[in-house]
Write a protein of this length. Structure first.
Lengths: 108, 423
């Protein structure tokens, strides 16, 4: 199974190298590597607790967001129209190797 | 919507041009009007749900203190689960105890962070073998006896042993733990949902918390790696939890961790009895056990409803709920909504179950869902491997939970005969 490495910036600004396995969605890679991603709904796109920012050049290359994801992510704290995704909806691709992912802020 | 014309029941009449009360609706013969507190007519509530989908997706029930609005339609329940700022979980203020179901973000998030890590599929792998072994041992015992009462003989011991191991709270005395747990759940139901209570629930809850506090002290001293040890450190080292929060959170995990799963496990036996062909199918294709459990959670999930209070006026299925409306999201009814699931009252493990609310949805989704799934899949696999048929004991019909928590429905007693698989 393929594994890539991504760079993750947590909410305190610290960087982490995180392995991302082919059979994981991005949320699982983050959660299973002990990043503070709550992913309360378990990955069903019914909450926004796995909200992340992706690089602006990667964002447009992803498959379109579902209605469910759009509704949630647009109301999530810190929403960025050209970067915000729910990480439970982002599937693995080899080309993401080396990508920087930033954890979005939680609610105040 | 039709208004019942039968003689008055002593209950009030709705004001003109307002949504009718449940007791004013023309419920069909044999179906009691939907009530906030079950009088025994809602033990197996699915006929009510079917009728609601056809006639009244929003049901307003009268109580002496306030109206309670029940939402049955999938789209309404989904919307409410996804809008926690409008459908607040803080139905009692100030929040009376550290139960995650009673708390909104950001506090909910803070507490959930403490326990969520222990419930990820990865973390739970450490418990998989123990769960399988326990399920096998309990089932072997039942098979040797030719059957038995599933809840007492199988479901409670399995779910209680599992959650006890996770928390590292000894469960040698199942009866005492079950008593404390049920009583504390009743206390919670009384505070959160005006359930009738037991008369002793408050005292029992305090006894349970005193016991858990003592246990957390021990786990802290031992440096336990269990969730209980983790909660103790969050209390004593990190100051993230107060003593009261620590012991109440511990009790929440314990109660939520065994009561719901107990009923789900019992329902797995029930569905195996209603669909005798499935045990053979899963025996030959073990990966189908997961399909079975997912459809089980849709078709006969344990938690029937979630309590919310509206923070602003909101419209559901054309009905306007006022700000401050006390609402119950009938997630189990939504799971039978024909708008979402074709032929919803048929148990079909081949259907697409995506989006079911057997474990809720949104930020308050069941944190223990991966554990409940693991226990139920393990039990289903044991059944399929070892049992040729499950037959309900016709002399002793199912007795349904009529608990004080007003949340869960399912068998409290389920008597079965088991025929061992040969060869």
């Amino acid at each position: 199974m393929s594994v890539i490495t991504i760079d993750v910036i947590d909410r305190e600004g610290s960087r982490h190298e995180v392995p991302w396995e082919q059979d994981q969605v991005l949320m699982e890679a983050l959660r299973d590597n002990d990043l503070p991603v709550l992913a309360s709904c378990g990955g069903s796109a019914s909450c926004a607790t796995c909200h992340v920012f992706l690089p602006e050049d990667v964002y447009p290359t992803l498959p379109e967001r579902s209605e469910d994801e759009i509704e949630l992510v647009e109301e999530a704290p810190g929403f960025r129209p050209t970067q915000s995704r729910l990480s439970c909806q982002v599937h693995y691709a080899d080309r993401f190797d080396g990508m920087t992912v930033t954890l979005a802020p939680e609610e105040d | 919507m039709s208004i019942a014309t039968q003689e008055t029941t002593g209950l009030p009449t709705s004001e003109p041009n307002t949504h009718p009360y449940s007791h004013e609706l023309a419920w069909p013969e044999g179906l009691e009007p939907w009530k906030v507190v079950d009088d025994g007519s809602q033990g197996d509530p699915y006929e009510h749900y079917t009728w609601m989908h056809r006639n009244a997706p929003v049901v307003r029930a009268w109580t002496p203190t306030n109206d309670v609005w029940f939402l049955a339609a999938y789209d309404d329940v989904k919307m409410a689960f996804r809008k926690p700022k409008i459908f607040s979980s803080e139905v009692v203020k100030p929040v009376p105890m550290t139960f995650l179901t009673l708390i909104d973000d950001p506090e909910h998030n803070r507490f959930r962070q403490v326990i969520a890590k222990a419930f990820t599929p990865k973390a739970l792998q450490a418990f998989a073998q123990r769960i399988e072994e326990n399920a096998e041992m309990l089932l072997d015992r039942m098979i040797a006896a030719g059957g038995g009462e599933v809840v007492e003989d199988f479901a409670i011991p399995l779910s209680m042993t599992t959650i006890s191991a996770l928390l590292d709270v000894p469960a040698e005395d199942h009866e005492k733990m079950k008593f404390w747990s049920d009583e504390t759940f009743s206390y919670f139901g009384r505070l959160a949902r005006n359930a009738p209570g037991t008369g002793t629930d408050e005292q029992s809850a305090h006894d349970f918390w005193a016991y858990l506090k003592e246990r957390l002290e021990v786990l802290y001293a031992e440096g336990s790696e269990s969730m209980g040890g983790h909660i103790a450190r969050m209390w004593k080292d990190e100051g993230i939890l107060s003593e009261q929060e620590a012991k109440e959170l511990c009790s929440f995990v314990f109660i939520a961790g065994h009561d719901t799963t107990t009923i789900l496990l019992a329902n797995a036996f029930r569905m195996a009895s209603e669909h005798p062909e499935l045990l053979g199918r899963i025996h030959d294709n073990e990966e189908d056990a997961e399909r079975f459990v997912e459809e089980l959670a849709r078709y006969r999930g344990t938690v029937q409803r979630a309590s919310r209070i509206t923070t602003e006026e909101v419209t559901v299925s054309g009905v306007t709920l006022p700000k401050g409306a006390v609402v119950r999201l009938l997630n189990a009814a939504a799971n039978r909504d024909p708008q979402k699931f074709e032929d919803p009252d048929t148990f079909d493990i081949d259907r697409k179950t995506d989006g079911h609310f057997g474990f809720g949805a949104g930020v308050h989704s069941c944190v223990g869902a991966p554990l409940a799934r693991m226990e139920t899949v393990a039990s289903t696999l044991q059944l399929a491997r070892k049992v040729a048929s499950v037959t309900l004991d016709t002399d002793r019909p199912i007795e349904y939970v009529r608990g004080n928590n007003l949340t869960n429905s399912g068998p409290e007693k389920l008597y079965v005969r088991l025929e061992a698989r040969r060869g």
